[in-house]
Design a protein around this ligand. Structure first.
Ligand code: MD3
Ligand code: FE
Length: 207
């Protein structure tokens, strides 16, 4: 059984459980599930208010996170196709539920944002505060190339800690960590068996 790794890289924060390698045994099946979702709802670079284009490519399963020049929202439909986002595959729901249980949560996600980082992509410091229920954690799954993740406090200017997330790592972000600022530094090029990119799945309880 995987133990929460509170001390990897000296990282210990209330509400954060790092499950190193928790998704390793499912990695091939997870990538196959991503491929099936992408066949229905392709990765795209969303625009954000202000007119910028996100360097991270995104798609969704279940209830989807959507950005456009008017703002951010959750939507059951993919604005590209007008169709519902693909259902969350059982392997997604099961993995998120098992990981959250390790951290003491009974978690049933209703949405999964799928991020794809190519070398050069990054995600600026932000909070995830469009969801309905902050008592539910967010569960993140990293696949492919490693990334440097930044974890701050409840204010944008609070100091940030850096932590490297590797292929197969799962992190449960709940309780006092749930509304913390966080981001991802520019992805460095590299080689990985799944390809020269990084996927991150974030499982959310939107409703
Ligand atoms: C801490 N994704 O999609 S995952 C996001 O690696 C996002 O793609 C990053 O931030 C990525 O919104 C980071 C880790 C993560 C996700 C959500 C959090 C950490 C979090 C929400 C609250 C606190
Ligand atoms: Fe986030």
């Amino acid at each position: 059984m995987t133990q929460p790794d509170l001390f990897g890289e000296s990282f210990a924060r209330a509400g954060v459980a790092i499950l190193r390698g928790f998704a390793l045994t499912d990695d091939i099946a997870l990538v196959a599930a991503i491929d099936a979702i992408v066949a229905e709802a392709p990765f795209r670079h969303m625009m954000v208010p202000g007119g910028g284009r996100m360097s991270v490519a995104m798609t969704n399963a279940g209830i989807g996170w959507v950005a456009d020049t008017r703002g951010y929202r959750y939507d059951r439909a993919d604005p590209l196709s007008g169709q519902l986002w693909p259902d969350m595959p059982p392997i997604f729901v099961d993995l998120a539920h098992r990981a959250a249980r390790e951290a003491g949560f009974d978690f049933s996600p209703d949405g999964c944002l799928i991020n794809r980082y190519e070398p050069g992509a990054k995600m600026g410091l932000h909070q995830d505060i469009n969801e309905g229920d902050y008592s539910a954690p967010i569960v993140s799954v990293s696949l492919g190339l490693p990334a440097t993740f930044q974890f701050g406090g409840l204010k944008r200017g609070d100091p940030v800690e850096k932590i490297t997330l590797h292929h197969g790592d799962v992190v449960v972000w709940g309780g006092p960590a749930r509304k913390s600022f966080h981001g991802v530094l520019t992805l460095k090029a590299g080689h990985h068996a799944i390809g020269g990119h990084r996927y991150n799945l974030t499982f959310r309880k939107v409703l």
